[in-house]
Design a protein around this ligand. Structure first.
Ligand SMILES: Nc1nc2c(ncn2[C@@H]2O[C@H](COP(=O)(O)OP(=O)(O)OP(=O)(O)O)[C@@H](O)[C@H]2O)c(=O)[nH]1
Length: 448
């Protein structure tokens, strides 16, 4: 998606450059710059201005404040210019000539019988691109995308015309205008890459891959077959045949886009379901902390990492003192409430790189990564003290403070997670034996 959107700036830059090249052609009277195919259609100066305006408005489309107003102003001007072209066509007037730069040169070309009008197809194409960008600026993304698709269809019809030799298909649209319009319509579509059919087609998942393949094949195969047939049959019905091919191509693209949207919706639900299942499999429902499974996975990953960092990992095993009494005197619901409060305290006591997990009923395990012995001592003691001060709504002083015993063991990467867990468990047992509400450290030489 990001890659697709990164294309917008270079595409718009190329189009601005094309527009400026055409203007330079009129300015320096270099016909080849505005009429790439000798005797073919020229790019009218106003058409070149539309290219430049749309190119700049694409660059401003994601802006805010003044930039957004500039974008709206530029696309509105293009809408006005192209609308005047429709006006001239309907009333058989020539209002547009009043605003056309290099009008003398344009008039001379026309006198000499050379084509140099802004083609109606070009006007429709730029009108649609400008409208699409205007709608995008007003956050009408679906409508913007729909109009951009229509805009994209117009140069593809011209390309088919050039390929099949059907001049009605490109009319007064030069190859340069068709290519620029195509690039601008693609850029306008990419602006809406986060929604609808474009999102579905660009999706990195399987649905997107299939849709991209189908879109390309759906366009390339009928176009190529049509080309081969029209050349080999030398058909007089070329126009009808061309219309048939273009219609088939766009019908296929429409079908592919629609099925891609549904496919992406279903795939999105599946990915969400998978995410929720993984979450459920890795997290403890009551406290929201990691569960035993996640603890083992995380611990083993960190131990692997230790082999290259040569630092120390600490395992803190924490058990609530006389938790059975808490349940028996105040009820299971209060017991649960205390477990949740403990989970929060533990979570807030460590860094984001560490892991806090609930590995049993009233037993928690902490993994402290890249930590010295002094660091582990300080954290364990802070945790013990802050839990002894913990106040839980509904838990009264007559019951005494909630306390925990903590057993700690270090691992430098030279022994297994299981052996560290056993050492921490022995230290925890020691803490319980020594009167609870205390921190004990495993013998550093054991298990190494
Ligand atoms: N409320 C609640 N209680 C739980 C949960 N899981 C385990 N328990 C209870 O935790 C208590 C653990 O008791 P014991 O293992 O005897 O240990 P203790 O009472 O904490 O005593 P010491 O560990 O020796 O200090 C049992 O009564 C379990 O029913 C839970 O999710 N919620």
């Amino acid at each position: 998606m990001k890659f697709a959107q990164a294309l917008i700036r270079p595409l718009s830059a190329v189009c601005i450059l094309f527009g400026l090249t055409v203007i330079a052609g009129y300015f320096g009277s270099v016909e080849a710059l505005y009429r790439p195919v000798t005797g073919g259609p020229a790019t009218n100066p106003l058409t070149a201005i539309c290219m430049i305006f749309i190119g700049f408005s694409l660059r401003a489309s994601r802006g805010k404040g003044r930039e957004l107003w500039l974008q709206r102003a530029l696309v509105s001007l293009v809408i006005i210019i192209t609308s005047l072209r429709f006006f001239d066509m309907l009333l058989d007037s020539d209002v547009l000539a009043l605003f056309t730069p290099f009008q003398q040169q344009v008039a001379l070309d026309l006198q000499l019988g050379k084509s140099n009008h802004m083609g109606v197809n070009s006007a429709i194409m730029f009108f649609c691109i400008a409208l699409s960008l205007l709608l995008y600026g007003f956050q009408r993304v679906t409508a913007s995308q729909f109009i951009a698709f229509i805009a994209l269809a117009i140069p593809t019809i011209s390309f088919t015309g050039y390929a099949y030799g059907i001049d009605q298909f490109y009319g007064q649209m030069s190859m340069l205008t068709a290519s620029t319009g195509f690039a601008l319509a693609v850029a306008a579509l990419l602006m809406t890459a986060n929604s609808g059919a474009v999102k579905a087609i660009l999706s990195p998942y399987i649905g997107g891959k299939i849709a991209r393949l189908q879109t390309m094949a759906g366009y390339a195969v009928p176009t190529l077959l049509g080309y081969l047939l029209i050349k080999s049959l030398n058909s007089n019905e070329g126009d009808l045949f061309g219309i048939f091919v273009v219609t088939i191509c766009w019908f296929i693209i429409l079908m592919v886009s629609m099925s891609a949207i549904f496919q992406e919706k279903i795939d999105h639900e599946r990915r969400r379901g998978e995410f929720l299942l993984t979450q459920a499999a890795m997290n403890d429902q009551l406290t929201g902390l990691a569960n035993r499974r996640k603890f083992i996975e995380f611990g083993q990953e960190e131990l692997k990492r230790l082999q290259s960092t040569k630092s120390l990992l600490w395992l803190l095993l924490l058990d609530v003192d006389h938790f059975k009494k808490i349940n028996d005197t105040s009820g299971h619901a209060m017991g649960d409430k205390i477990l949740v409060a403990l989970g929060k305290t533990l979570h807030n006591s460590v860094r984001t790189v560490d892991l806090v997990s609930r590995i049993g009923g009233e037993e928690f395990a902490l993994v402290l990564v890249d930590t010295s012995r002094q660091g582990a001592e300080r954290i364990a003691e802070d945790i013990r003290a802050s839990i002894a001060r913990l106040s839980v709504a509904g838990w009264t002083d007559i019951h005494g403070p909630i306390t925990v015993s903590i057993g700690c063991a270090a691992n430098d990467g030279s022994h297994t997670l299981e052996s560290s867990l056993n050492l921490a468990d022995e230290a925890l047992y020691q803490a319980k034996q020594n009167g609870r509400n205390r921190v004990c450290f495993a013998d550093a030489n054991k298990g190494q």
